[in-house]
Design a protein around this ligand. Structure first.
Ligand SMILES: Cc1ncc(C[n+]2csc(CCOP(=O)(O)OP(=O)(O)O)c2C)c(N)n1
Ligand code: SF4
Ligand SMILES: [Mg+2]
Length: 333
């Protein structure tokens, strides 16, 4: 726990961040776009020796209007279904080239697969599962803006309970999304890979440290990045950072790491406990129709999930597990 709190404090020292940019200006994201900000940090952390495999979605569309590009690293656009499969193929190709002496075997090449929540929680889940099961040298990052934004805010299985989208409209009959958000980080962890984390661009150094960590070992890693979308969520574009923080502070989106599939470490625990979820919900138009009983249900669910996370951390904080995490971290960053 101490280690995580120390990491969190480090976020205040922004001067530690790499200066170089590999996701560069000129793209066409909306003002205040959370995923685009996140990409900037991710690429700062990964550096120039990176290949990005990018599913269809906002981040692909806004970054690559022919003949322009915002990617200062090699980048390939894939369909939803095969992002993780293409990334797996690149990993296999690099291994063959190294074996045949056509690439320096010591050269570290980062492969980052990038998909939205639609491309990850729904359409690309099968290929992602295969990639994680085979433990490819790939970091898969889901930027979760909680709907299919690029095509006009359709609900995905990562859309939160009660949220209004164009396919889960709130009205007299329904109150918005009628089922609970799919926990893709838990699904990724169930593959028993070495590293899974949740992150949010409102906590830039935490995000960059997690990316560095995820790229520092042989094998698959998964990061689920909560990403505020002012256009789809109906919130002011100058509130992106604040809303991301509120998501974490209310427990709507807790920040944590999972080592080896079962060792949980919470990255940030609000010192005065979780804030009421209403503080987060009231910042966005997609939730403004929610009656008290639905807000209460959401609050209860958050409380239970938070208790569960703390229990997972506590039960895996024994000397044996802590030693395993420390050994992993010592080689990782
Ligand atoms: C198989 C397939 N179905 C539908 C589309 C149309 N489409 C393009 S982008 C998009 C939304 C993607 O949502 P998400 O993965 O969450 O990324 P976001 O747009 O939110 O960044 C859709 C449905 C497509 N390109 N391919
Ligand atoms: S719709 Fe949302 S995710 Fe897409 S570019 Fe705009 S702010 Fe970013
Ligand atoms: Mg999306």
């Amino acid at each position: 726990m101490k280690r995580n709190m120390k990491n969190f404090v480090k976020q205040l020292v922004y001067k530690n961040a790499p200066k170089e940019e590999y996701f560069v200006r000129g793209h066409r994201a909306c003002q205040g776009c959370g995923p685009a900000l996140g990409l900037r940090y991710i690429l700062k952390a990964s550096g120039p020796n990176t290949i990005v495999v990018n599913a269809t979605g906002c981040m692909e569309i806004i970054s690559s209007p022919f003949p322009y590009t915002s990617w200062a690293v090699p980048w390939i656009h894939t369909a939803f279904e095969n992002t993780a499969a293409v990334a797996s193929g690149i990993d296999a190709a690099i291994k063959v080239l190294k074996r045949k002496g056509r690439l320096d075997p010591n050269k570290k090449i980062n492969i980052i697969a990038l998909g939205g929540d639609g491309g990850t929680a729904d359409i690309g889940l099968q290929a992602l599962s295969g990639m994680l099961a085979r433990d490819h040298n790939v970091l898969y990052i889901c930027y979760d803006n909680e709907a299919y934004m690029n095509t006009g805010v359709q609900g995905s299985s990562a859309t939160p309970y009660g949220a209004h989208t164009t396919t889960t409209p709130a009205g007299k009959v329904k109150f918005g999304q009628g089922y609970w958000k799919k926990n893709v980080a838990a699904i990724a962890a169930a593959h028993e890979i070495k590293y899974v984390a949740t992150a949010c661009p409102s906590y830039p150094l935490d995000l960059m440290e997690k990316v560095k960590r995820a790229l520092s070992f042989d094998g698959a890693a998964y990061i689920h990045m909560f990403s505020v979308c002012p256009t789809g969520w109906g919130c002011p574009s100058n509130k992106t950072i604040e809303i991301g923080r509120l998501a974490v502070e209310t427990g709507m989106f807790p920040l944590y790491e999972v080592f080896f599939g079962h060792i949980y470490r919470i990255s940030y625990e609000p010192p005065k406990g979780l804030k009421p979820v209403e503080e987060y919900l009231k910042t966005q138009k997609r939730f403004r129709h929610l009656p008290k009983e639905i807000i209460d249900q959401i609050q209860e669910r958050i409380n239970e999930h938070w208790e569960w996370l703390k229990l997972m951390e506590e039960t895996t904080s024994t000397e044996k597990y802590e030693k395993k995490v420390q050994e992993f971290l010592a080689q990782a960053v």
